[in-house]
Design a protein around this ligand. Sequence first.
Ligand SMILES: *Cc1c(COP(=O)(O)O)cnc(C)c1O
Length: 390
Amino acid sequence: MNEKKNFETLAVRTQTETTQFSEHSVPLYLTSGFVFEDAEEMRASFAEEKQRDLYSRYSNPNVNEFVDKICLMEGAEAGFAFASGMAAIFSTFGALLSAGDHVVSCRSVFGATHGLFTKYFPKWNIQSSYFDVNDVENVEKLIQPNTKFIYAETPTNPGVDVLDLEVLSKIAKKHGILLIIDNCFATPYLQQPIKFGADLVIHSATKLIDGQGRVLGGITVGNKDLIREIYLFSRLTGPSLSAFNAWVLSKSLETLAVRADRQCDNALKLAEFLESHPKVKWVKYPFLKSHPQYEIAIKQMKLGGTIVAFEVEGGVDGGRNFFDNIKMCSLSANLGDTRTIVTHPASTTHAKVEPEVKLAVGITDGMVRCSLGLEHIDDIIADIKQALEA
Ligand SMILES: *Cc1c(COP(=O)(O)O)cnc(C)c1O
């Protein structure tokens, strides 16, 4: 591994060592445990005097390869991989938080993360305060003596708002607290939050990292002392990524850059089309000049991402009519797939979110979240156009 190599090269050339079979493609290491030469090696390994795989709940060659790649892509010192994005988020919180702690988070977070803050944190006497996407300047006012970290996603789900990572990191540093970023929507190809001062970066690998809607996975990378805490917590609690899913995800990373390039290009073209359509009330895409945080987006992102949000005329009925007339795009809650997906956040991913919170994070009745896939853009636009006009 050479850290000076470019992203695309690291993605394909970071590999687990070749075995005696001289395979070109890394094999799948389906093994729960590993064997030792003798009693001394076993003792030294368990005492962590010797670095090696012991048991696949702790580490596995396929998982290590996936973690190494993401660390190189994010510019992180260390990482730990999980069975899902939520396992990564929950284990990161579980490892770092104690009863009596407080967290400051952006209000626009993934529905399940919001569920952790509101349903489970209070049970463990962990408090949280929310700030709005357009109120990053006032995050400071929410910080208390017991605040452990600032948490945010950018671009946000499903509103694709963009938060200024540099501003958040300055506030966190000033108060001696951590900045943790869920980088799922951007992927390490489009945005590396550590460069802007984040301490930890979390991904749901289920989305654009897998990119083909097959497996679940998650990862947390960043400062090595923090990752050590997360590792110790996770090797006891067991949310580890499976070798099979790690193998799939590591291969997926080989094509992330080319997939993301095309999917972002499709997203920009769809956003531009929607902007001029009379049945569309508004469109949000980070690389559209009309996006409220366009300047921040171009500062911290390589491309605008693969998600476009827009509001169909006619509220609930307009929205329903649009979804019922979609012919090719998939009606699904997933995102980051090769297949273009349209979602109705108000009735699906955010259905359990309280109405006032829904409004505060900009989820309106006719809002559509579109995750651009790899179909030809003309076919994607044609399907969305006919559904808007039906
Ligand atoms: C999907 C998602 C998650 C959760 O990931 P899973 O792999 O489904 O557990 C977390 N954050 C964001 C932004 C997501 O889109």
